[in-house]
Design a protein around this ligand. Structure first.
Ligand SMILES: [Zn+2]
Length: 403
């Protein structure tokens, strides 16, 4: 035995005889993970072994996003239990008649835009449950009219923070002493959405991105195991992805004279405001039948989309057939890739849902459900009462919950 080893042995002998394992067992935590743009059927491709293992040990489903199947409205629906029409984040880009000349967009953390529905971390913080967000749309917002509540730990979104750093941050939070350890955590990954947009849902490079993202889920699971930290993991996506092409574009300027309107948002759907004095002409141009697209005045949007009662929804709304896109004018260069924002009932828009942990029994695949049911599930897992005004409930999970 060398001198170093002797020294080490001497030091070890000085340590208390009680092993570290004798620390009181950790209380379970709830971790809500979003893998942006992870389409439900990606799970069946055989390229995500860690997610498949989680699904096998718990429950999984093809989850219906809320309409419109965009990132911000759905991340907010997942944590508020309300559809975008009721949670106030009606799209990734939208306007509010009370703030003329302003437009909401990703990265806007002015509480004005977010205050229409309470996110679960605010409910939890109010109930004395410590929360921490390793990114989630809206988690950097000082939520509420007066006090301004954020998760106890939060960060401004920065895509440059690597997936490994995100996982390590969550694990570091859980290494803290119990008094300052969060019990509800969020974790957000963006790479699958980015790959889906760039390459399309069926490209081998998207599958490579899936395998990579799955490794970080594996690291999280292993890290929790190493810590001895029981966790109810709820892994979701905000929406799916459909293949698109510059060959399938509806040019708005071929349907109505651009002098008649102002475009608020385009893509799988278009949000359009009439130019003052041109309401009638615009209505005549939009509200007739079109190939691959249908338009409505806000009040006439079909009830099944649960969209249009919020004044933040544009005066006119056009929805493209899946795989088609609405653009201000015809594309000048060929392109292909993926998009989302379509009818939330379209199978291409269905999103990942996997949940596993000490409070969830291994019940396999469950029937498709709406993503506004996730917040009620999180409330159950945290021991919070149901929200009186939620759009969803915990019915899809009741037989799989232990308590
Ligand atoms: Zn997204």
């Amino acid at each position: 035995m060398g001198r170093f080893h002797l020294l080490l042995a001497a030091l070890l002998a000085l340590l208390p005889a009680v092993p570290a394992m004798a620390e009181s067992p950790r209380a379970p935590v709830v971790i809500l993970v979003s893998i942006d743009g992870f389409r439900a059927d990606y799970l069946d491709r055989g390229v995500t072994p860690n997610l498949s293992a989680l699904a096998a040990s718990g429950i999984s489903a093809a989850m219906r996003p809320s309409f419109p199947s965009k990132t911000f409205p759905n991340h907010w629906a997942l944590v508020t239990g309300k559809v975008p029409d009721h949670n106030g984040i009606v799209s990734n880009h939208f306007e509010d008649p009370r703030r003329p000349g302003e437009r909401f967009g990703p990265g806007n953390s002015d509480p004005f835009w977010w205050n229409e529905a309470e996110p679960i971390w605010v409910t939890a913080e109010k109930a004395g449950i410590r929360t921490a967000a390793m990114f989630w749309p809206g988690s950097d917002v000082a939520w509420g009219e007066t006090r301004g509540t954020r998760p106890e730990d939060w960060q401004h979104y920065d895509q440059a923070v690597t997936p490994l750093q995100r996982v390590e941050t969550v694990l570091d939070w859980l290494r803290r002493p119990e008094a300052i350890r969060p019990r509800l955590l969020t974790l957000y990954f963006d790479a699958i959405d980015t790959a889906g947009h760039e390459y399309g849902p069926d490209d081998p490079r998207t599958n490579e991105a899936l395998t990579k993202a799955d490794r970080y889920i594996g690291m999280l699971v292993q890290g929790l195991r190493d810590l001895g930290q029981p966790a109810d993991l709820v892994v979701v996506a905000d929406h799916g992805m459909a293949a698109v092409s510059s060959e399938r574009v509806i040019a708005l300027d071929t349907i109505a004279d651009p002098a008649l309107y102002r475009v608020v948002d385009t893509g799988p759907f278009a949000a359009i405001e009439p130019a003052p004095g041109h309401e009638r002409q615009l209505a005549d141009a939009l509200l007739k039948p079109h190939d691959h697209m249908q338009c409505w005045a806000r009040k006439d949007i079909p009830a099944r989309l649960r969209y249009g009662s919020n004044p933040r929804v544009a005066s006119y709304f056009c929805l493209a057939q899946v795989g088609w896109q609405i653009a201000p004018s015809a594309p000048t260069e060929p392109s292909s890739g993926g998009a989302h924002g379509y009818d939330n009932a379209a199978p291409e828009m269905a999103a990942l849902f996997v949940a596993s942990g000490p409070d969830i029994t291994a019940s396999g695949r469950i029937a498709p459900f709406d993503n506004v049911d996730v917040a009620p599930l999180l409330r159950d897992l945290l021991g919070l009462p149901p929200a009186p005004d939620a759009d969803g409930d915990d019915a899809p999970f009741r037989t799989a919950l232990r308590h």
